[in-house]
Design a protein around this ligand. Structure first.
Ligand code: C2O
Ligand code: CU
Length: 511
C-alpha cells in the first residue's frame, strides 16, 4: 500500500502544562494511554499508544537547572498492540505483557529516575520490576540548552512500546541560548522522524516472526525493523507551510532501526547549530546530515527568497546501515515537504551566529581508565542473530564501573557488519576518532591492528554527544567524565531490535 505524499500538514506537538510550578520546583503528570489517531488522511485511524493522548507525546520544556518532578502514569490496557517475544531478556511469561518505564534520553539525572529497563511498572503501579524505586521521578536538568527526548525503555519490549508511539520531545532552554537570537517561537519546530508499516485496515504492522521463522515459537524479535513509510511527528509524509525566512528545526531520528541521510532537494545548505548535547561552537553549513536512531541535530534552514517553492527533505541512507538497500527515491527516500507559501509576517531579525558557545575539549591526559569494548555478532540457541556488547549478555555481572568525577576513554571495537548507534546514559561524551582495523586478526588474536589512519569525527559530530555511530570494522573512541551522580545506569545500542535482545549492558558510577 503506497500512500500519497504531502497531503497532510505536519503536526506540532503541544507544550505540556505543569500541574504545579513555583520558584522551587515544577511538577508534571504524564499519562500513557491507548487511543486512535489519524496518521494519514487516506488511512483509517490507527490504534496507537501515547503520552497525554498524543503521539508523539507533548513537548516538555524546561530551563537548565530547573527542578522538575514527573509522575509517569501507565493507563494502558493489559493487551499489547504487537506480538511479544517471550524468549528475549526480561520479557518472559512470568511478567505482565504491558509494562512501561520512561527514560529521558540524554538527561543528567539520578539513577532512580533514569528509567532503568528493569524499573518498569504496570497500570496503577500494581506490579513493578525489580529495580523500581519511585513513582515520581526527579530531574535536575543540569544539562545546557539541548534537544532531548523521552521514550519508553522497558526491558525486552522497548522496540514495541516506542513503535506503538511512546516518544516525545524534552527541550532544555537557557538564557545563553536565547541571547544568540536564533529563530524561535513558531519558527522553531521539532521534527521526530520514524518509519512504520501499515496493514490495509490502517493498523500498525510489526512482524510476528523473523524472515526465517523459528518452528513452534512466536518470536517477534528480528535483527532489524525497516518500515516502508516515513512519518514526521506522527504523520505520514507531511508538508509544512513556511514563510520566506529562517527556521530552526530540531531533527530527531526516533526510528527503531532506520538511519537517515537527510538532504534538501533544492541542494541548499542547512546550518547545523547543535548536536545531541546542545550547541556547537559555531554553525556548520552542510548539505547532508546523518542521523542514526536517537541522534539529534538542530539545523537552521533559510527559506528567504524562495517564495512559491516546494522543497523536499530526502533520505538516501541504506537500510539497514550501511550494508542494506538504498531507499526507493519515490517512497522512503522522501521524508517531508516544505512549502514556502506563507507571507512573511514580519522582518526576519533572527541570526545564524558566527560563534555560539565554548565546547572545551576533554583532555586525553586527564584519562584514568581505558576500556576496550567489542560489539559482537553471534548466534543464539535458535540460530537467530544475537548482538552483544563486550561479548556479554545483559545479565552478566557489571564490568563497567567508572569512578565519580573520573575521565575514561572507551574503545568501541565493532567486529560486526552493521553500524551501531551506541548510547550511554547520564553523561555526554566527545568523539575522539574512528579507525579501521583488521577484524580477522582481532577475532583470532585479540589484538587491534589498525589498517588506516585515525579519522577525526565529522564536523557535525564535534560537539557534545550521547549517541555515536560505531561503524563496522572500525574502532570508535569516545571520551567522557562520569558524574555528577553515582548509581546504576546503562549503555546500549539504540537500534531497538538490538537493545531488546541483549545489546545492552548495565554500568555503575561508583564513589
Ligand atoms: Cu534513548 Cu537508553 O535510550
Ligand atoms: Cu546495534
Amino acid at each position: 500500500m503506497i500512500l500519497s505524499k504531502f497531503v497532510d500538514e505536519l503536526p506540532i506537538p503541544p507544550i505540556l502544562k505543569p500541574r504545579w510550578k513555583d520558584q522551587f520546583y515544577t511538577y508534571y503528570e504524564v499519562n500513557m494511554t491507548e487511543f486512535s489517531q489519524s496518521l494519514h488522511s487516506q488511512l483509517n485511524n490507527s490504534t496507537v499508544w501515547g503520552y497525554e493522548n498524543g503521539y508523539p507525546g507533548p513537548t516538555i520544556e524546561v530551563e537548565s537547572g530547573e527542578k522538575v518532578f514527573i509522575k509517569w502514569i501507565n493507563n494502558l490496557p493489559d493487551k499489547h498492540l504487537f506480538p511479544i517475544d517471550y524468549t528475549v531478556h526480561g520479557a518472559h511469561w512470568d511478567v505482565p505483557d504491558v509494562r512501561t518505564v520512561v527514560h529521558v534520553h540524554g538527561a543528567c539525572v539520578e539513577w532512580e529516575s533514569d528509567g532503568y529497563p528493569e524499573a518498569w511498572f504496570t497500570k496503577g503501579f500494581k506490579q513493578v520490576g525489580p529495580y523500581f524505586r519511585k513513582q515520581i521521578y526527579r530531574y535536575d536538568n543540569c544539562n545546557h540548552a539541548c534537544t532531548l527526548w523521552y521514550h519508553d525503555h522497558t526491558i525486552g519490549i522497548t522496540r514495541l512500546n516506542i513503535y506503538a508511539g511512546l516518544a516525545g520531545f524534552y527541550l532544555i532552554r537557557e538564557n545563553r541560548e536565547r541571547s544568540l537570537n536564533l529563530p524561535s517561537g513558531k519558527y522553531e519546530i521539532p521534527l521526530m522522524i520514524q518509519d512504520k508499516t501499515f496493514n490495509e485496515d490502517g493498523s500498525l504492522y510489526y512482524p510476528k516472526q523473523p524472515e526465517k521463522p523459528i518452528p513452534e515459537l512466536e518470536t517477534s524479535i528480528i535483527p532489524e525493523f525497516i518500515g516502508d513509510t516515513i512519518l514526521v511527528n506522527g504523520k505520514v509524509w507531511p508538508y509544512l507551510e513556511v514563510e520566506p525566512r529562517k527556521y530552526r528545526f530540531r531533527l530527531l531520528n526516533a526510528s527503531n532501526t532506520r538511519f537517515y541521510r537527510i538532504k534538501l532537494d533544492s541542494g541548499q545548505f542547512m546550518y547545523q547549530i547543535a548536536t545531541d548535547g546542545g550547541l556547537l561552537e559555531y554553525p556548520i553549513g552542510i548539505r547532508e546530515i546523518m542521523l542514526a536512531p536517537a541522534e539529534r541535530a538542530d539545523v537552521i534552514i533559510d527559506f528567504t527568497n524562495l517564495e512559491g517553492k516546494n522543497i523536499i527533505m530526502t533520505n538516501d541512507a541504506p537500510a539497514p546501515f550501511p550494508g542494506g538497500d538504498k531507499p526507493d527515491p519515490l517512497t522512503v527516500g522522501q521524508v517531508m515537504q516544505f512549502r514556502v507559501t506563507l507571507p512573511l509576517s514580519s522582518v526576519d531579525t533572527s541570526t545564524i551566529p558566527a560563534y555560539m558557545v565554548p565546547v572545551p575539549k576533554i583532555k586525553e591526559q586527564s584519562v584514568t581508565r581505558i576500556r576496550y569494548l567489542t560489539l559482537n555478532d553471534t548466534m543464539d540457541q535458535y540460530g537467530r542473530e544475537w548482538m552483544l556488547l563486550d561479548n556479554k549478555p545483559w545479565d552478566a555481572p557489571i564490568s563497567e564501573n567508572p569512578k565519580l568525577g573520573t575521565t575514561e576513554i572507551w574503545y568501541l571495537i565493532n567486529v560486526t557488519d552493521d553500524s551501531h548507534p551506541i548510547h550511554l546514559h547520564l553523561i555526554d561524551f566527545q568523539i575522539l576518532d574512528r579507525r579501521n582495523f583488521d577484524v580477522d586478526k582481532f577475532n583470532k588474536e585479540k589484538v587491534i591492528e589498525y589498517t588506516g589512519p585515525a579519522m577525526p569525527p565529522e564536523p557535525q559530530e564535534r560537539g557534545w554527544k550521547d549517541t555515536v555511530r560505531a561503524n563496522p570494522k572500525q574502532v570508535t573512541r569516545i571520551i567522557m567524565e562520569f558524574g555528577p551522580f553515582t548509581g546504576l545506569y546503562i549503555w546500549h545500542c539504540h537500534i531497538l531490535e538490538h537493545e531488546d535482545y541483549e545489546m545492552m549492558r548495565p554500568y555503575i558510577v561508583i564513589r
